[in-house]
Design a protein around this ligand. Sequence first.
Ligand code: PMP
Ligand code: GLN
Length: 379
Amino acid sequence: KSSKLPNIPNSIFSIMSKMAAEHNAINLSQGFPNFPSDSKLNDLASEAMREGFNQYAPMAGDFELRMEISKKIEKLHSRFYNPESEITITAGATQAIFTIIATTISKDDEVIVFTPAYDCYAPTVELFGGKIVPIQLKPPFYTVDWTEVADKISSNTKMIIINSPHNPSGMLFSEEDMLELQKLAEIHDLLVLSDEVYEHIIFDGNIHQSASKYETLANRSFITASFGKTFHNTGWKMGYCAAPAYLMKEFQKVHQFNVFCVNHPFQKAFATYLKNANHYLNLSNFYQQKRDFFLNVMEGSKFKIVPSKGTYFQMLDFSDISNENDIAFAERLTKEYKVATIPTSVFNKDGADYKQIRVCFAKTEETLAEAATILKEFS
Ligand code: PMP
Ligand code: GLN
Protein backbone atom coordinates (compact mmCIF):
# COMPACT_ATOMS: atom_id res chain seq x y z
CA LYS A 1 0.00 0.00 0.00
CA SER A 2 1.32 3.47 -0.80
CA SER A 3 2.25 5.95 1.92
CA LYS A 4 0.08 9.02 2.41
CA LEU A 5 3.18 11.04 3.26
CA PRO A 6 5.96 9.40 1.25
CA ASN A 7 8.58 12.11 1.70
CA ILE A 8 8.19 12.92 5.35
CA PRO A 9 11.20 12.03 7.53
CA ASN A 10 11.29 12.01 11.32
CA SER A 11 10.89 15.50 12.73
CA ILE A 12 14.14 17.44 13.09
CA PHE A 13 13.34 17.82 16.80
CA SER A 14 13.43 14.05 17.32
CA ILE A 15 16.55 13.73 15.19
CA MET A 16 18.56 16.43 16.97
CA SER A 17 17.46 15.57 20.52
CA LYS A 18 18.40 11.95 19.87
CA MET A 19 21.76 12.98 18.39
CA ALA A 20 22.38 15.23 21.41
CA ALA A 21 21.71 12.34 23.80
CA GLU A 22 23.85 9.89 21.83
CA HIS A 23 26.81 12.26 21.72
CA ASN A 24 26.38 13.67 25.18
CA ALA A 25 25.96 17.17 23.75
CA ILE A 26 24.35 20.22 25.39
CA ASN A 27 20.88 20.18 23.89
CA LEU A 28 19.93 23.63 22.56
CA SER A 29 18.00 22.03 19.69
CA GLN A 30 14.41 21.02 20.47
CA GLY A 31 12.60 23.88 22.22
CA PHE A 32 11.97 23.12 25.87
CA PRO A 33 13.12 24.55 29.21
CA ASN A 34 15.79 22.69 31.18
CA PHE A 35 14.54 24.17 34.45
CA PRO A 36 11.45 23.11 36.38
CA SER A 37 7.97 24.60 36.16
CA ASP A 38 6.45 26.18 39.26
CA SER A 39 6.01 23.53 41.96
CA LYS A 40 2.69 25.20 42.88
CA LEU A 41 1.36 24.24 39.48
CA ASN A 42 2.58 20.67 39.91
CA ASP A 43 0.86 20.59 43.32
CA LEU A 44 -2.39 21.83 41.75
CA ALA A 45 -2.28 18.94 39.26
CA SER A 46 -1.75 16.34 42.00
CA GLU A 47 -4.46 17.97 44.08
CA ALA A 48 -6.88 17.72 41.14
CA MET A 49 -6.06 14.00 40.89
CA ARG A 50 -6.59 13.54 44.63
CA GLU A 51 -9.88 15.43 44.41
CA GLY A 52 -11.05 12.91 41.82
CA PHE A 53 -10.82 14.74 38.50
CA ASN A 54 -9.72 11.52 36.86
CA GLN A 55 -12.58 10.89 34.45
CA TYR A 56 -13.41 12.49 31.11
CA ALA A 57 -13.56 16.26 31.00
CA PRO A 58 -16.33 17.90 28.97
CA MET A 59 -15.60 17.56 25.23
CA ALA A 60 -14.63 21.22 24.78
CA GLY A 61 -12.63 21.20 28.01
CA ASP A 62 -13.10 22.04 31.66
CA PHE A 63 -15.52 24.97 31.80
CA GLU A 64 -13.65 26.83 34.53
CA LEU A 65 -10.49 26.75 32.39
CA ARG A 66 -12.37 27.95 29.31
CA MET A 67 -13.72 30.84 31.39
CA GLU A 68 -10.24 31.78 32.57
CA ILE A 69 -8.95 31.74 29.00
CA SER A 70 -11.86 33.84 27.83
CA LYS A 71 -11.17 36.41 30.59
CA LYS A 72 -7.48 36.47 29.75
CA ILE A 73 -8.06 37.11 26.04
CA GLU A 74 -10.59 39.82 26.81
CA LYS A 75 -8.24 41.51 29.28
CA LEU A 76 -5.25 41.42 26.95
CA HIS A 77 -6.84 41.94 23.54
CA SER A 78 -10.31 43.36 24.25
CA ARG A 79 -12.16 40.60 22.42
CA PHE A 80 -14.74 38.34 24.05
CA TYR A 81 -14.66 34.64 23.17
CA ASN A 82 -17.66 32.86 24.58
CA PRO A 83 -16.37 30.03 26.80
CA GLU A 84 -19.51 28.02 25.92
CA SER A 85 -19.00 28.04 22.18
CA GLU A 86 -15.70 29.63 21.14
CA ILE A 87 -12.89 27.91 23.09
CA THR A 88 -11.69 24.29 23.08
CA ILE A 89 -8.89 22.83 25.20
CA THR A 90 -6.47 20.72 23.17
CA ALA A 91 -3.50 18.40 23.62
CA GLY A 92 -1.01 21.18 22.95
CA ALA A 93 -1.10 23.54 20.00
CA THR A 94 -0.13 20.61 17.76
CA GLN A 95 -3.51 18.95 18.17
CA ALA A 96 -5.28 22.29 17.69
CA ILE A 97 -3.36 22.86 14.44
CA PHE A 98 -4.08 19.33 13.21
CA THR A 99 -7.76 19.68 14.03
CA ILE A 100 -8.05 23.15 12.46
CA ILE A 101 -6.54 21.86 9.22
CA ALA A 102 -8.62 18.67 9.26
CA THR A 103 -11.71 20.81 9.76
CA THR A 104 -11.06 23.24 6.94
CA ILE A 105 -8.77 21.85 4.24
CA SER A 106 -9.98 19.63 1.42
CA LYS A 107 -8.43 18.35 -1.78
CA ASP A 108 -6.71 21.05 -3.88
CA ASP A 109 -7.26 23.84 -1.35
CA GLU A 110 -4.20 26.09 -1.22
CA VAL A 111 -2.69 27.21 2.06
CA ILE A 112 -0.19 30.06 2.23
CA VAL A 113 2.63 29.45 4.68
CA PHE A 114 5.57 31.69 5.51
CA THR A 115 8.82 29.76 5.50
CA PRO A 116 10.88 28.94 7.47
CA ALA A 117 7.76 27.37 8.98
CA TYR A 118 7.15 25.20 12.02
CA ASP A 119 7.25 21.66 10.79
CA CYS A 120 3.73 20.38 11.45
CA TYR A 121 1.82 22.70 9.11
CA ALA A 122 2.77 21.36 5.67
CA PRO A 123 2.42 17.59 6.26
CA THR A 124 -0.97 18.10 7.90
CA VAL A 125 -2.22 20.21 5.00
CA GLU A 126 -0.95 17.58 2.56
CA LEU A 127 -2.58 14.77 4.52
CA PHE A 128 -5.94 16.34 3.77
CA GLY A 129 -5.16 16.86 0.07
CA GLY A 130 -4.30 20.54 0.35
CA LYS A 131 -1.37 22.30 -1.31
CA ILE A 132 1.18 24.46 0.46
CA VAL A 133 2.02 27.76 -1.21
CA PRO A 134 5.23 28.84 0.51
CA ILE A 135 6.44 32.41 0.86
CA GLN A 136 10.09 32.58 1.79
CA LEU A 137 11.12 35.05 4.48
CA LYS A 138 14.81 35.84 4.47
CA PRO A 139 17.46 36.62 7.01
CA PRO A 140 18.41 38.80 8.69
CA PHE A 141 14.93 40.31 9.36
CA TYR A 142 12.41 37.82 7.92
CA THR A 143 9.93 40.55 6.99
CA VAL A 144 6.84 39.88 4.87
CA ASP A 145 6.32 41.50 1.48
CA TRP A 146 2.53 41.73 1.34
CA THR A 147 2.53 42.40 -2.41
CA GLU A 148 4.10 38.98 -2.83
CA VAL A 149 1.40 37.50 -0.62
CA ALA A 150 -1.31 39.18 -2.71
CA ASP A 151 0.32 37.76 -5.87
CA LYS A 152 0.31 34.23 -4.47
CA ILE A 153 -3.39 34.22 -3.60
CA SER A 154 -5.49 32.31 -6.12
CA SER A 155 -9.12 31.29 -6.38
CA ASN A 156 -8.10 28.05 -4.60
CA THR A 157 -6.52 29.78 -1.59
CA LYS A 158 -8.43 28.72 1.50
CA MET A 159 -6.18 29.71 4.38
CA ILE A 160 -3.11 31.66 5.47
CA ILE A 161 -1.07 30.35 8.39
CA ILE A 162 0.77 32.93 10.47
CA ASN A 163 3.02 32.51 13.48
CA SER A 164 4.06 35.55 15.51
CA PRO A 165 6.31 35.54 17.50
CA HIS A 166 7.88 33.42 14.81
CA ASN A 167 9.61 30.09 15.29
CA PRO A 168 12.46 29.81 14.28
CA SER A 169 13.42 33.42 13.38
CA GLY A 170 12.20 35.31 16.46
CA MET A 171 10.53 37.83 14.14
CA LEU A 172 7.29 39.60 15.13
CA PHE A 173 4.36 40.73 13.04
CA SER A 174 3.70 44.47 13.41
CA GLU A 175 0.33 46.19 13.50
CA GLU A 176 0.86 47.04 9.80
CA ASP A 177 1.38 43.36 9.00
CA MET A 178 -1.84 42.45 10.75
CA LEU A 179 -3.78 45.16 8.90
CA GLU A 180 -2.40 43.97 5.55
CA LEU A 181 -3.34 40.41 6.44
CA GLN A 182 -6.80 41.48 7.53
CA LYS A 183 -7.34 43.34 4.27
CA LEU A 184 -6.27 40.41 2.07
CA ALA A 185 -8.23 37.86 4.11
CA GLU A 186 -11.32 40.02 3.76
CA ILE A 187 -10.98 40.69 0.02
CA HIS A 188 -10.31 37.04 -0.81
CA ASP A 189 -12.53 35.49 1.85
CA LEU A 190 -9.71 33.51 3.47
CA LEU A 191 -9.47 31.69 6.76
CA VAL A 192 -6.49 32.39 9.02
CA LEU A 193 -4.71 30.03 11.37
CA SER A 194 -2.82 32.19 13.85
CA ASP A 195 -0.26 30.16 15.76
CA GLU A 196 0.36 32.27 18.86
CA VAL A 197 2.16 29.78 21.06
CA TYR A 198 4.87 32.34 21.98
CA GLU A 199 2.32 35.10 22.71
CA HIS A 200 3.86 35.87 26.12
CA ILE A 201 7.52 35.84 25.06
CA ILE A 202 8.12 39.23 23.45
CA PHE A 203 11.13 41.48 23.95
CA ASP A 204 12.26 45.10 23.98
CA GLY A 205 8.85 46.55 24.80
CA ASN A 206 7.16 45.15 21.68
CA ILE A 207 3.60 43.96 22.01
CA HIS A 208 1.98 40.77 20.78
CA GLN A 209 -0.22 41.22 17.73
CA SER A 210 -2.89 38.64 18.35
CA ALA A 211 -5.35 38.01 15.53
CA SER A 212 -8.02 38.46 18.21
CA LYS A 213 -7.22 42.20 18.40
CA TYR A 214 -8.55 42.87 14.89
CA GLU A 215 -12.27 42.48 14.52
CA THR A 216 -12.70 41.34 10.94
CA LEU A 217 -9.56 39.22 11.16
CA ALA A 218 -10.74 37.59 14.40
CA ASN A 219 -14.01 36.75 12.67
CA ARG A 220 -12.18 34.48 10.24
CA SER A 221 -9.34 33.22 12.45
CA PHE A 222 -8.56 30.14 14.44
CA ILE A 223 -6.09 31.10 17.18
CA THR A 224 -3.99 28.53 18.94
CA ALA A 225 -1.88 28.82 22.08
CA SER A 226 0.20 26.46 24.19
CA PHE A 227 0.45 26.28 27.98
CA GLY A 228 3.69 24.32 27.57
CA LYS A 229 5.54 27.42 26.33
CA THR A 230 4.02 29.77 28.86
CA PHE A 231 4.29 27.63 32.00
CA HIS A 232 7.52 25.68 31.33
CA ASN A 233 5.87 22.28 30.97
CA THR A 234 5.98 21.28 27.31
CA GLY A 235 5.60 17.64 28.36
CA TRP A 236 2.09 18.23 29.65
CA LYS A 237 0.99 18.90 26.03
CA MET A 238 -1.81 21.30 26.88
CA GLY A 239 -3.12 24.20 24.83
CA TYR A 240 -6.27 25.58 23.29
CA CYS A 241 -8.00 26.88 20.22
CA ALA A 242 -10.16 30.03 20.16
CA ALA A 243 -12.36 30.88 17.18
CA PRO A 244 -15.73 32.49 16.42
CA ALA A 245 -18.67 30.16 17.10
CA TYR A 246 -19.37 29.28 13.45
CA LEU A 247 -15.78 28.02 13.07
CA MET A 248 -15.53 26.45 16.53
CA LYS A 249 -18.69 24.44 15.84
CA GLU A 250 -16.92 22.78 12.89
CA PHE A 251 -13.68 22.38 14.86
CA GLN A 252 -15.52 20.52 17.62
CA LYS A 253 -17.12 18.12 15.13
CA VAL A 254 -13.60 16.90 14.37
CA HIS A 255 -12.17 17.30 17.87
CA GLN A 256 -14.79 15.01 19.39
CA PHE A 257 -13.63 12.15 17.19
CA ASN A 258 -9.96 13.06 17.28
CA VAL A 259 -9.48 12.96 21.06
CA PHE A 260 -12.99 13.72 22.39
CA CYS A 261 -11.40 15.59 25.30
CA VAL A 262 -7.95 16.07 26.81
CA ASN A 263 -6.75 15.14 30.26
CA HIS A 264 -8.80 16.51 33.09
CA PRO A 265 -6.52 17.04 36.13
CA PHE A 266 -4.07 19.29 34.27
CA GLN A 267 -6.97 21.38 33.01
CA LYS A 268 -8.09 21.87 36.60
CA ALA A 269 -4.56 22.88 37.59
CA PHE A 270 -4.34 25.49 34.82
CA ALA A 271 -7.83 26.82 35.65
CA THR A 272 -6.65 27.72 39.16
CA TYR A 273 -3.17 28.82 38.14
CA LEU A 274 -4.43 31.19 35.42
CA LYS A 275 -6.34 33.22 38.02
CA ASN A 276 -2.98 34.82 38.83
CA ALA A 277 -1.80 36.76 35.77
CA ASN A 278 1.68 37.50 37.17
CA HIS A 279 3.11 34.30 35.75
CA TYR A 280 2.48 35.04 32.12
CA LEU A 281 2.81 38.81 32.44
CA ASN A 282 6.39 38.38 33.74
CA LEU A 283 7.40 35.84 31.13
CA SER A 284 8.73 38.32 28.56
CA ASN A 285 11.04 39.80 31.21
CA PHE A 286 12.14 36.38 32.31
CA TYR A 287 13.10 35.31 28.79
CA GLN A 288 14.52 38.69 27.79
CA GLN A 289 17.04 38.26 30.59
CA LYS A 290 17.95 34.84 29.21
CA ARG A 291 18.26 36.19 25.67
CA ASP A 292 20.45 39.06 26.87
CA PHE A 293 22.56 36.73 28.98
CA PHE A 294 23.10 34.50 25.97
CA LEU A 295 23.93 37.43 23.65
CA ASN A 296 26.34 38.69 26.26
CA VAL A 297 28.20 35.41 26.67
CA MET A 298 28.31 35.07 22.86
CA GLU A 299 30.09 38.46 22.51
CA GLY A 300 33.14 38.08 20.32
CA SER A 301 31.92 34.94 18.55
CA LYS A 302 32.09 34.61 14.78
CA PHE A 303 28.39 33.85 14.45
CA LYS A 304 26.40 36.78 13.08
CA ILE A 305 23.48 37.44 15.39
CA VAL A 306 20.38 39.61 15.03
CA PRO A 307 18.75 39.60 18.48
CA SER A 308 15.54 37.61 18.64
CA LYS A 309 12.45 39.79 19.22
CA GLY A 310 10.31 37.01 20.65
CA THR A 311 10.08 33.22 21.30
CA TYR A 312 12.81 31.40 23.19
CA PHE A 313 14.89 30.93 20.06
CA GLN A 314 17.91 32.74 18.65
CA MET A 315 19.16 32.34 15.09
CA LEU A 316 22.92 32.11 14.56
CA ASP A 317 24.32 32.84 11.09
CA PHE A 318 27.41 30.73 10.50
CA SER A 319 28.27 31.98 7.00
CA ASP A 320 31.55 33.52 8.26
CA ILE A 321 32.57 30.21 9.82
CA SER A 322 31.83 27.47 7.29
CA ASN A 323 30.56 26.75 3.79
CA GLU A 324 28.93 23.52 4.86
CA ASN A 325 25.20 23.19 4.49
CA ASP A 326 23.40 23.84 7.77
CA ILE A 327 22.53 20.17 8.34
CA ALA A 328 26.16 19.10 8.04
CA PHE A 329 27.26 22.03 10.20
CA ALA A 330 24.69 21.26 12.94
CA GLU A 331 25.64 17.59 12.86
CA ARG A 332 29.35 18.37 13.21
CA LEU A 333 28.61 20.86 16.00
CA THR A 334 26.72 18.16 17.89
CA LYS A 335 29.11 15.28 17.35
CA GLU A 336 32.47 17.03 17.55
CA TYR A 337 31.78 20.11 19.68
CA LYS A 338 28.92 18.73 21.82
CA VAL A 339 26.34 21.46 21.24
CA ALA A 340 23.11 20.45 19.52
CA THR A 341 21.15 23.07 17.54
CA ILE A 342 18.49 23.02 14.82
CA PRO A 343 19.48 23.45 11.15
CA THR A 344 16.68 25.66 9.84
CA SER A 345 16.79 24.74 6.14
CA VAL A 346 14.42 21.88 7.01
CA PHE A 347 11.74 24.53 7.60
CA ASN A 348 12.15 25.97 4.07
CA LYS A 349 10.71 24.79 0.77
CA ASP A 350 13.18 22.43 -0.95
CA GLY A 351 15.54 22.85 1.98
CA ALA A 352 16.77 26.33 0.98
CA ASP A 353 19.87 26.93 3.09
CA TYR A 354 20.58 30.41 4.46
CA LYS A 355 23.30 29.18 6.86
CA GLN A 356 21.16 29.68 9.93
CA ILE A 357 21.05 27.42 12.94
CA ARG A 358 18.55 27.91 15.76
CA VAL A 359 19.38 27.68 19.44
CA CYS A 360 16.87 27.46 22.26
CA PHE A 361 17.77 29.75 25.17
CA ALA A 362 15.12 28.40 27.57
CA LYS A 363 18.02 27.06 29.61
CA THR A 364 19.80 27.83 32.86
CA GLU A 365 22.55 30.45 32.70
CA GLU A 366 25.03 27.72 33.50
CA THR A 367 23.98 25.75 30.40
CA LEU A 368 23.96 28.86 28.20
CA ALA A 369 27.42 29.92 29.38
CA GLU A 370 28.81 26.45 28.85
CA ALA A 371 27.38 26.29 25.32
CA ALA A 372 28.63 29.79 24.47
CA THR A 373 32.17 28.86 25.53
CA ILE A 374 32.08 26.06 22.99
CA LEU A 375 30.40 28.10 20.24
CA LYS A 376 33.11 30.75 20.63
CA GLU A 377 35.77 28.18 19.82
CA PHE A 378 34.92 28.99 16.20
CA SER A 379 36.28 32.53 16.67
N1 PMP B 1 3.65 25.95 16.96
C1 PMP B 1 4.91 26.38 17.15
C2 PMP B 1 5.38 27.55 16.36
C3 PMP B 1 5.74 25.74 18.07
O1 PMP B 1 6.98 26.16 18.23
C4 PMP B 1 5.23 24.64 18.79
C5 PMP B 1 6.07 23.90 19.79
N2 PMP B 1 7.36 23.81 19.53
C6 PMP B 1 3.93 24.23 18.56
C7 PMP B 1 3.16 24.90 17.64
C8 PMP B 1 3.35 23.05 19.27
O2 PMP B 1 3.01 23.33 20.57
P1 PMP B 1 2.61 22.17 21.61
O3 PMP B 1 3.88 21.65 22.17
O4 PMP B 1 1.76 22.88 22.60
O5 PMP B 1 1.87 21.14 20.84
N1 GLN C 1 8.20 23.36 19.28
C1 GLN C 1 9.48 22.84 19.65
C2 GLN C 1 10.55 23.47 18.81
O1 GLN C 1 10.31 24.25 17.93
C3 GLN C 1 9.56 21.35 19.48
C4 GLN C 1 8.30 20.60 19.49
C5 GLN C 1 8.53 19.19 19.05
O2 GLN C 1 9.48 18.56 19.46
N2 GLN C 1 7.68 18.72 18.21
O3 GLN C 1 11.68 23.15 19.03
